[in-house]
Design a protein around this ligand. Structure first.
Ligand SMILES: NC(=O)c1ccc[n+]([C@@H]2O[C@H](COP(=O)([O-])OP(=O)(O)OC[C@H]3O[C@@H](n4cnc5c(N)ncnc54)[C@H](O)[C@@H]3O)[C@@H](O)[C@H]2O)c1
Ligand SMILES: O=C(O)[C@H]1O[C@H](OP(=O)(O)OP(=O)(O)OC[C@H]2O[C@@H](n3ccc(=O)[nH]c3=O)[C@H](O)[C@@H]2O)[C@H](O)[C@@H](O)[C@@H]1O
Length: 346
């Protein structure tokens, strides 16, 4: 039975998880591990798929509505016998036979999740219920990619998993941060009530190749702006902080969490903390020293500080990030150059 990593919860699990297909215990048939990745055509999801597909015992099914993701992110797997891609909106039920579910589907960039906030909350609430219903029916283990935004504008710094957060329930970010909080609640209720095997990762800002070039998140914005020779748009005041994790480290953490014995929630992120002005200076120095930095207006409820305490991830998963911001940014720069048609590579 999985153990719960955070305190403040009195979890009494009354039921055992449903049993998986009898084929799993067959002496004569060695079936592969069948893994569903919702949101697998997106940024983190497609890197996760790449990693899962490296293991020849894995069959991977991606369900995605392509709102912010794209088939292009998965093009090397389309047609592969261990890979299936389904155009599906997770606000509708999905019937597939799987052993594990990595549940990532949800727009992640603020400009996308605010674009249709009702749809964002439906994705978080109804989508998560649908995936939990699927997990319950087939006895699959399910991992939710929650977010550091459940801590809101945190009054505790750095954030530990025990912190309950400082979240505006009626703000323009609430569709996402409250949506993820309800998704976490649903995960624990299905776990307590139905014995579903759950895992919850609280992901802190993650960056890397395949981020949408114009998706509005700060690292992708600054890199695209630097490459186009445009001013880097630091939103006021510029002293707000974030901690940036490279995507390969994140994927490693997600797989360790899924394979391990702890339900979470567990913070996954890189504790290196930067103000947005410092980030702009690093991008400028590494990518295009001639660009200027421009202060622009911020958006409502922008968290003023964010840095993960990753003690639990270290102790329980043996995980910590390896790639520093200065190492990761050039890897992303190369990908952006190729997609913007300005690559030095032949
Ligand atoms: N990247 C980060 O910094 C970060 C931080 C915290 C949490 N997360 C979480 O990680 C997950 C992936 O984030 P990402 O950065 O890869 O974002 P992304 O926008 O690139 O990927 C999300 C994917 O989900 C798909 N999707 C959205 N709504 C859907 C729906 N209703 N049905 C089916 N598919 C749907 C999108 O088309 C896309 O492929 C999200 O759940 C996000 O909340 C990301
Ligand atoms: O890690 C998380 O938990 C969350 O982090 C991000 O949300 P946010 O931190 O607001 O991400 P950005 O939009 O990249 O903004 C980060 C900071 O950069 C600033 N910013 C953004 C864009 C820009 O051009 N300039 C700029 O200074 C913002 O004001 C903010 O302070 C993600 O987009 C969410 O999906 C994710 O869940």
């Amino acid at each position: 039975m999985a153990t719960e990593a955070a305190n403040g919860n009195n979890h009494v699990v009354t039921k055992k998880p449903p049993t998986p297909s009898p084929l799993r215990n067959s002496k004569f048939f060695q079936s592969n591990m069948r893994i569903l990745v919702t949101g697998g055509a997106g940024f983190i999801g497609s890197h996760l798929v790449d990693k899962l597909m490296e293991n020849e015992k894995n069959e991977v099914i991606v369900a995605d509505n392509f709102f912010t993701g794209s088939k292009d992110n998965l093009r090397k797997w389309i047609g592969h016998p261990r890979f299936e891609l389904i155009r599906h909106d997770i606000t509708e039920p999905l019937l597939v036979e799987v052993d594990q579910i990595y549940h990532l589907a949800c727009p992640a960039s603020p400009i996308f999740y605010k674009h249709n906030p009702v749809k964002t909350i439906k994705t978080n609430v109804m989508g998560t219920m649908n995936m939990l219903g699927l997990a319950k029916r087939v006895g699959a283990r399910i991992l939710l990619t929650s977010t550091s935004e459940v801590y809101g504008d945190p009054l505790e710094h750095p954030q530990t998993e025990e912190y309950w957060g400082n979240v505006n329930p009626i703000g323009v970010r609430s569709c996402y941060d409250e949506g993820k909080r309800v998704a976490e609640t649903l995960m624990f209720d299905y776990h307590r009530q139905h014995g579903i095997e759950i895992r919850i990762a609280r992901i802190f800002n993650t960056y890397g190749p395949r981020m949408n070039i114009d998706d509005g998140r700060v690292v992708s914005n600054f890199i695209a702006q630097a490459l186009r020779g445009e001013p880097l748009t630091v939103q006021a005041p510029g002293t707000q902080t974030r901690s940036f994790c490279y995507v390969s480290d994140m994927v490693d953490g997600l797989i360790r969490l899924m394979e391990g014995e702890n339900t979470g929630p567990i913070n996954l992120g890189n504790p290196g903390e930067f103000t947005m002005m410092e980030l702009a200076e690093v991008v400028k120095e590494l990518i295009e020293p001639s660009v200027s930095i421009k202060i622009v207006e911020n958006t409502p409820d922008d968290p003023r500080q964010r840095k993960p305490n990753i003690t639990k991830a270290k102790q329980l998963l043996g995980w910590e990030p390896k790639i520093t911001l200065r190492q990761g940014l050039p890897l992303m720069e190369e990908d952006f150059k190729q997609r913007l048609g300005m690559s030095k590579k032949a």
